[in-house]
Design a protein around this ligand. Structure first.
Ligand SMILES: [Ca+2]
Ligand SMILES: [Ca+2]
Ligand SMILES: [Ca+2]
Ligand SMILES: [Ca+2]
Length: 422
């Protein structure tokens, strides 16, 4: 119990007596002001019973001293947005009531999820109504962390879609204010999104060229921090391959059904295979794979023409990386009857002219597939030769021509000429 003790002395003077009366009064100071003012009274009576006129003193016990607030921690604090904020508080001391920290009124408007400066105030008043001088703390919620942007990979890759629509998201503790994309390091273009923290976004590219395209995105938060780039590469292939087919380097005919196909095709995204068939349509043939990604295919491959003789058409189609097939490219070649002796059309050991101008063809060997052998004397018609020899009575014979007729078509004839000059 704290008490405030005061002593007062008064002097009383009388004719016969001098009395010094001391009156001590204890004035409680615990609750200054509540019981104040206090009145101290002074009374005295002389020995003859004469009481003095009472004297009084008014004592006002007051408290006019303000409490003092002391800030704990720094007066200015910086915190990263999204990381939370815990105020360090303050203490308060009063001249009479001592530690009145529990009475401090703290106004803390800090939203650690929103960038900005904030002021935290601390106030306290003692029980006698003395308000402390307000103490404040400045809290700066800042964003120094760059956003993290994610670009979802476009699938399928490769694709026939040359205007792909992309989507993605951005992670950041504060508002994202810019999201942009670009194609192949071109101009940055805004994506579609709502300003917010952790937004999603979408965009559709301009028309992409066939081939490999690189898509990049970036985002900026409200504090000006740019993200690193998000990237996706996508191969666009909106066009079928183009190509050609040649047989035996462009030969019009052949006597060998085993030929060489000279394949050629281009595709900006890459050729993955081809298919070949005898006839005008290769669509039913099995695919023959080639090295994936070949953009300029030049390839010679063996092929066997349809059996028999006559005109032959071969078709080829090329396939690209997205499975697009080209049109049929065809080539027409005459397949002539191959001889049994590596291309010798016929064997004739001798052609002689006798004294009567008759021609003897001897040693004629008819070979497999030969339909007809004819001799030409310069006069129509051709004279059939059979049995390996013929005596042709002629006049002025200039030439004998032995034809091997492969088929019923005259165009399929092969000719061996033997000329005799007279
Ligand atoms: Ca006080
Ligand atoms: Ca940020
Ligand atoms: Ca990709
Ligand atoms: Ca293509």
């Amino acid at each position: 119990m704290m008490c405030l003790e005061r002593s007062w002395s008064i002097s009383v003077t009388g004719p016969k007596l001098l009395l010094l009366i001391t009156i001590q009064r204890t004035v409680p100071a615990r609750l200054p002001g509540r019981k104040a003012p206090y009145t101290v009274t002074y009374d005295v009576t002389d020995q003859n019973g004469n009481a003095a006129i009472q004297v009084t003193r008014t004592v006002n016990v007051v408290d006019t001293t303000k409490p003092v607030i002391t800030l704990l921690g720094d007066a200015t604090v910086t915190v990263e947005v999204g990381s939370g904020y815990s105020d360090a508080g303050a203490t308060a001391s009063d001249n009479f009531y001592g530690d009145i920290s529990a009475s401090i009124i703290v106004v803390n408007p800090v939203d650690a999820d929103v960038v900005g400066p904030y002021t935290v105030t601390y106030d306290v008043t003692d029980q006698n109504g003395n308000a402390a001088i307000q103490v404040t703390r400045t809290v700066n919620v800042v964003d120094t962390t760059k956003p993290v942007i994610t670009l979802d990979e476009y699938l399928p890759d490769p694709t026939v879609n040359n205007t792909p629509t992309y989507s993605g998201s951005v992670a950041d503790a504060s508002n994202i204010v810019i999201i942009q994309f670009r194609v192949n390091s071109g101009t940055w273009t805004d994506a579609t999104f709502t300003v917010s923290i952790n937004p999603t976004y979408t965009f559709t590219t301009s028309i992409l060229t066939d081939g490999l395209n690189t898509i990049e995105v970036q985002a900026q938060d409200q504090s000006g921090n740019w993200s690193d780039l998000g990237t996706d590469s996508v191969t666009v292939d909106a066009n079928a391959p183009t190509g050609s087919l040649i047989i035996n380097s462009g030969a019009a005919s052949t006597t060998n059904a085993n030929v060489t196909l000279n394949l050629s095709a281009i595709d900006i995204a890459g050729i993955t295979g081809y298919r070949v068939a005898n006839g005008a349509d290769a669509s039913g043939a099995a695919i023959v794979p080639v090295t994936t990604g070949t953009t300029n295919l030049i390839l010679d491959v063996p092929w066997t023409l349809s059996p028999g003789i006559g005109g032959r058409t071969v078709a080829v189609q090329y396939c690209d990386v997205v499975g697009d097939w080209s049109i049929n490219y065809t080539y027409y070649i005459n397949l002539n009857k191959p001889s049994s002796a590596d291309g010798d059309i016929i064997s004739v050991s001798g052609i002689t002219e006798d004294s009567a101008s008759a021609i003897t063809v001897s040693g004629l060997t008819e070979q497999s597939g030969i339909i007809q052998v004819l001799a030409f004397t310069g006069h129509n018609p051709f004279i059939p030769i059979s049995g390996g020899s013929a005596i042709i009575a002629g006049l002025a014979i200039l030439m004998i021509s032995i034809r091997r007729r492969r088929s019923k078509n005259r165009g399929d004839d092969s000719v061996q000429n033997n000329t005799i000059m007279k």
